[in-house]
Design a protein. Sequence first.
Length: 422
Amino acid sequence: MDKVVADTYVPGQRTNGDFKILDMDNLALGTKVEGSGKTYAEVVEDPLNEKGHVLHYTSAFNHPFVDITLPTGVTLGDLLEGQCDYMLKSTGWVPASVVKVMVDGATIEGSTKKAVDQGIEKGKWGTYKFSFKDIQDKLTDAQKAATSFRLGLGDVCSNPNYYIGDITVTANYLAPGHYEERPIEEKKADATKALDNYVKTIMNSYGKDVKTWIIAADYLAGTKDNGTLLSSKEDAAHFYLNEYLGDDFVVDAAKIAKNYNSDAQLFYSDNDLESDATKLANLTKMLKQWNDNGAGLAGVNAEVHLKYNAATLKADKEGIDNMLKTLAATGLQVRLSGLDITAVDESGKSIDSKQLSEDDLQAMADYYDYVIKQYLTLIPEAQRYGLSFGSYNADGKHIGLWDSSFNRRVTYAGVAQGLQGK
């Protein structure tokens, strides 16, 4: 269903983009930056007060290197050209100007023009431009895939005194793919179609043998949530059909089911109804709304996982009573499913059954007895759909009705006594 309602994916494409790969203001004043020939440049304030922090270099017949980390999605092999702010104070004899890349222990040199040949005037800020073309021709595939390297640039001269500012590059890179949002009505139509296909497949395969179906489960919001029904805002791990079909999604699902199996008895199921008063109230509200709007639900299923703690047992039993009375008041058939029991400490953490005393085990058996007797007492006979049990065998966490060798436990007797009413 996530795929059915997914937005339209637009694959990434190759495109040209400009990226500032070095902002000198991110380097602290006084920072030493190593250049060629074991020389150093220093981060200083722009003497003209125009560019903020800049790199100052004065070592003869060498040049500075700066460490570069490319933006996400851009590699060294994507770079086409670059430029930086550049100001000359003096040069002397200038045999060359360089652009170099140092990557994976190798230094690859390209070509560029001297600063003055690029129209940069002494004492003024200009733009020093360079190309990566000659460098790209010499890079291996592994080097082209690099996302960090050292970049060397500047005039190599007898009396250097120049400043370098922010560095920007142009890259032909693979822009990441993205999603374009589809209209909600389009998603609703696709979700409805997929739901119809799913229900059709299930009903045609099993509808002759199975008459009772849980049409939807675990959608109700509880005390810790917002609203009446859950959504991906509270639980991004699950798909919530109501986000696309609205609060009456159960009505839609039920009508689809009846279309393929008119005799199907449909139930709604949820959990923690014995312990979450907000969820229980939401259940009453939504069952009425769904049936008023044509769902034709025949019953409600409560998934009950009992937790035993002597200190909270009285309140827990009151929660069971409140749940059963509320379910009976719906007028629908009532089923309790997954009945099992674990012992928990004050923080709610499970206690290994090996740590429990005979008195604890008997108290848990009595709890089973209580729940089943209350079901038989508070749910009118015409509304009793039945009970089902889970975690039948002891597994360390769950007490079970049998031990690992299939010998009856005292909890078995608690269930049997509850069913017999004595």
